[in-house]
Design a protein around this ligand. Sequence first.
Ligand code: F6P
Length: 617
Amino acid sequence: MRFSTAIAAISITFHSHFFLLPTVVAESRFEVVTKILPSPLISTDSNPTMKCHETAEYMALQAAATSFHSDDKLHLRNLCSDSSRCAGLVATHNSGEHKIIVDYSRQQVTGPTMDLLFDLANKVGLTQKRDDMRSGLKINSTEGRSVMHHVLRMPKGYDYSSRNPQGKAILDEVHAVRDKIEIFTNKVRSGEFRGSTGKELKNFVCIGIGGSQLGPEFVNEALRADAAAAKASQGRILRFLANVDPVDFELCTRDLDPEETLIVVISKTFTTAETMLNARTAKKWIIDSLSSRGVSNVDEITSKHIIAVSTAIDLCVSFGIDEANIFGFWEWVGGRFSVCSAVGIVPLSLQYSYDVMSQFLDGAHDIDDHFFDAPLRDNIPVLLGLLGVWNSTFMGYATRALLPYAQALKRFPAHIQQVDMESNGKRVALDGSVLPFQSGEINFGEPGTNGQHSFYQLMHQGRVVPADFIGFMESQAPVDLIGEHVSNHDELMSNFFAQPDALAYGKGLTDLVQEGVPEALREHKVFSGNRPSTSILMSKLDAFAVGQLLAIYEHRTAVQGFIWGLNSFDQWGVELGKVLAKQVRSQLTASRKNGAPVIGFNSSTGSLLEAYLAHGK
Ligand code: F6P
């Protein structure tokens, strides 16, 4: 029941390659399993490979991009009329009843373009880098860490030791935490573990930010209307509190009964300023409310109403949380890649049950196997990653849109925005040399059809924004009204199928003349077309498929980082703002408490601070 083995069948689109198993590497290069130790910087250059911009393929791709921008024969209108080209630009992945079709024939590529991209991938050692990640090498070299979020989804008994000498021990630890989550969440859901006044805990408030919020929130939204998950969550409320804005706390808690509320503090470091202030605010809210209802033992209140997910167990204990209710994970799980750790599985199992979340983990694991084993040409995350590099580095499109035709995926773009932009928005290569191109992409998105009535105007007639359209063959909540031509889901999907063609083909003046459009309006109604997109069609959106989708996009990001030769797994860029905020915080304290004058800021910030303080509230 918990880890059904998913049998993946992969259809071959181009020709296949088989890859050698990763060679055995020295044990010392693997992650220390149980202890978080300071690690030296470790070069991952076991197999020196070329930097992408030093390859002949890079220059050839630059030349190809120039042709795509100037040669009308390469307009998507013409490329898409070549059915044999289109048939070659599709990848499928079948896993039991779950089917994924990725059609990238509306990308501005031909077979030779794809050949160049795969050659580029080979030159930069994509396969080796992928295998290094799989084996647990410390590919996050600036933090001396492995990157092993894929291990979080491996079923019990999976043979990881053939890839990683410490594989069994690592997987045993992962499953010890998973077992602990299963036991605890079942106890809460069954009413065996109750609040301090004896009431069942039915409201779960997750406090965390960034990777400690966006992933679990996306999965929560994705499952709310899934039949099995909805049934399992009946009578329960799961909410996420991220913003340190007190308004977020107010809106999140004001209609909840503290006696029935369990706070889940989620923070890898347990030091993030926003999360810790929100956690202290929530602790006070719970203690004040329950004290006023006659519970005098503060430790009892805290241990029954606050649990934690963190790698910093000691800090959680100092906060007053019962060690039995702290769920750990490891430094080799990056924050934005942590939804499959206790970060996501604790709150989501409280809401939807551990059984449902196991299916989610199985779905992610299914794609992990596909990513690590499938030939590059059939490999969905690799294809998406290479197309991302093509569009941004060579075609010059800085932005991309994620357009799920599924309301349930409304928070998916926000999650992938963090996964991708915090990972690949970097200045330097792994060796510290400045990248001679802009890395990363600006990701944004909204569910279709909402986006169509918002930013699609710009996508059709303004800037070129490569897009991923994601749709499903069946709805989570079908409606078929008598008298309507199509079901509501068919109506939604009509747009899913139409929009990519509208973007690709456009509409020319000749058509407008034929339609009798008045001359003065014709130019306004021209659509230049030639706007690339990928269509991802999946059978249905259940817990397994949500896991698949997550893993596809996590690995897409890794692929792009591997090609660009940067470290996708650190995030030094978020530090400077935090340091400056500290300085402002000290100023606000000094001014509010002792009337200290504003000093040490530039004139703009100084004036704004003075105005803010003068307001007095
Ligand atoms: O925004 C920076 C960041 O470090 C993210 O990478 C991370 O997901 C988030 O803050 C939250 O960190 P933590 O889980 O340690 O509270």
